[in-house]
Design a protein around this ligand. Structure first.
Ligand SMILES: Nc1nc2c(ncn2[C@@H]2O[C@H](COP(=O)(O)OP(=O)(O)OP(=O)(O)O)[C@@H](O)[C@H]2O)c(=O)[nH]1
Ligand SMILES: [Mg+2]
Length: 480
């Protein structure tokens, strides 16, 4: 590296007028500079006007924020299902590959777990960690063998859903809590990068043209994967219902039912050759988002009086390794802030006893609280309406009912009653206090207890959110 005088601006040399400049040259130079300045100012003004016009146009923008697995993409699906139902229905079948992968992965988690226990069981008593009590019956060992083709299917599905040059990106979202010790590509969560592959096209709302890479996922071709799932139906059901398997999963604290993309109670229906995903299946499908995606749509006539308004919902990948650490949060999202009408923030409160998949040292609830605080206190967002979804209340209720006590993880909850109503009220109070305390300007607290996979309750809540956003949009356009 060249050593230089650090006080000197390298541009000075270039911009400084020539020493031997004549009067005439000077005059020409000044004129040219003046003209360049006028052009630059005109461009700035044009940009400003364009922005102003974009704001005045009947466009509302909603940004979805929240940690990974908080339910952002599921909320987007609910918007699509409710407000562009035709497009949503047309694209339902594209989700079949994702659902197949979710199923195959759940089965593999079971097989990996019982294999691990089986290996331990043949070790000496001290080494086996208590696993010697679990003897796999011959029938279970035979099922395990017969389900081997599913490993191959998993690889095929991963290849189908992730473009080959994106293999590195699957290093995200490892789940060391549930998988065995292997750290290969199979254990990594499958993601979608907006604008690439079939799901990007799906989110852009491509209706007539089929998504580019959907050729191998659609129903018009015989689907080998579905054939394999169909032929494995009896074994997959027997595996999931086997009492020894359930005991092993319980012993290893593998709670598949709580994991995203859980379908094992519906195997009979979902492994049939003619299976087409229902709305509910699509909402429960898990496909991690990477990057940012703006989904544009006009409300269909059936969706209400505001049809014609263009909605843009921005969905982002919430995983830490992807897009945000608290310190770089503003820099990452600043470009979206000035035109956003509202932020829909999702805090999955059922995660009070769980760690982030991408960082096992961080409690999920704590992560959500810190992120909420950083959104509330952000000066760039001072005028943006914030709507909070305390999400996954269904899972929260099930956890509390199963006897898990919130006070064990959140000391300040104290000896309050451990029921869903008390717990959600407590969380509402906490999140609303943060908003009050940290907002640069006073703002109203809109907080909802949600289970965004539940279509009935979510429809009503999204209608309220739509009204809040529209009201805010109208207020802002009148101010312009
Ligand atoms: N039971 C239940 N499951 C939910 C709820 N909300 C979302 N899920 C499921 O949780 C999983 C994760 O949801 P996503 O919408 O993909 O999460 P995300 O915030 O988009 O995650 P990233 O894309 O990684 O940032 C999906 O399988 C959803 O079906 C809920 O309220 N209840
Ligand atoms: Mg997502």
């Amino acid at each position: 590296m060249l050593k230089g005088n650090s006080d000197r601006d390298p541009l000075d040399d270039v911009l400084r007028p020539p020493i031997d400049e004549t009067e005439e040259e000077r005059s020409i130079r000044l004129q040219t500079e003046e003209q360049a300045k006028r052009v630059s100012e005109a461009i700035d003004e044009a940009i400003r006007q364009e922005r102003q016009a974009a704001k005045k146009k009947d466009v509302v923008r909603v940004l979805l924020l929240g940690q990974s697995e908080s339910g952002k993409s599921t909320t987007l699906k609910q918007f699509q299902r409710l407000y562009t139902p035709t497009a949503f229905r047309e694209e339902r079948h594209l989700w079949r590959s994702v659902i197949q992968l979710n199923i195959v992965r759940s089965i593999r988690i079971i097989i990996d777990t019982i294999s691990d226990v089986h290996r331990n069981a043949v070790l000496s008593e001290e080494e086996s960690d208590g696993d010697e009590e679990f003897q796999l019956s011959d029938q279970l060992v035979a099922i395990k063998e017969r389900l081997k083709p599913l490993r191959h299917i998993e690889n095929i599905l991963v290849a189908k859903l992730v473009p080959p040059n994106e293999a590195e990106a699957t290093h995200l979202g490892n789940r060391p809590d549930i998988a065995s010790s292997s750290k290969n590509r199979k254990d990594q969560e499958i993601f979608v990068r907006p604008g690439m592959g079939w799901h990007g096209a799906l989110l852009r709302g491509a209706r007539s043209s089929r998504p580019l890479s959907a050729g191998s996922t659609g129903l018009e071709t015989p689907d080998d994967t579905q054939c394999v799932l169909d032929s494995c139906r009896t074994d997959t059901i027997a595996l999931w219902q086997n009492p020894t398997v359930r005991a092993i999963l319980q012993r290893r604290k593998v709670r598949l039912e709580e994991l995203p993309g859980f379908y094992l109670n519906d195997l009979e229906r979902m492994t049939s050759l003619k299976y087409v995903p229902t709305d509910d299946d699509v909402l429960r499908a898990r496909l991690k988002t990477v990057g940012v995606c703006e989904y544009k749509f006009h409300l269909e006539a059936s969706a209400g009086s505001e049809s014609g308004t263009e909605w843009r919902i921005i969905d982002v990948g919430g995983s830490r390794s992807q897009v945000r650490y608290y310190c770089s949060f503003v820099a990452t999202w600043a470009q979206f802030f000035d035109t956003v009408n509202a932020i829909l923030f999702l805090a999955p409160i059922s995660g009070f006893d769980q760690a982030l998949a991408e960082d096992r040292s961080v409690n999920r609830l704590e992560d959500s609280v810190l992120l909420w605080k950083s959104v509330c206190s952000n000066k760039l967002l001072a005028n943006v309406e914030l709507v909070l979804f305390l999400n996954k209340c269904d899972l929260l209720g099930a956890k509390l009912r199963s006897g898990i006590r919130l006070s064990k993880y959140v000391r300040s909850f104290g000896d309050r009653s451990n029921d869903l109503d008390t717990v959600t009220k407590y969380f509402r109070g906490k999140f609303s206090a943060i908003l009050r305390e940290h907002s640069p300007l006073p703002r109203k607290f809109y907080g909802f207890c949600t289970s965004v996979t539940d279509t009935n309750t979510t429809a009503g809540i999204l209608a309220i959110v739509r009204d809040i956003v529209i009201r805010e949009h109208l207020r802002k356009t009148r101010l312009l």
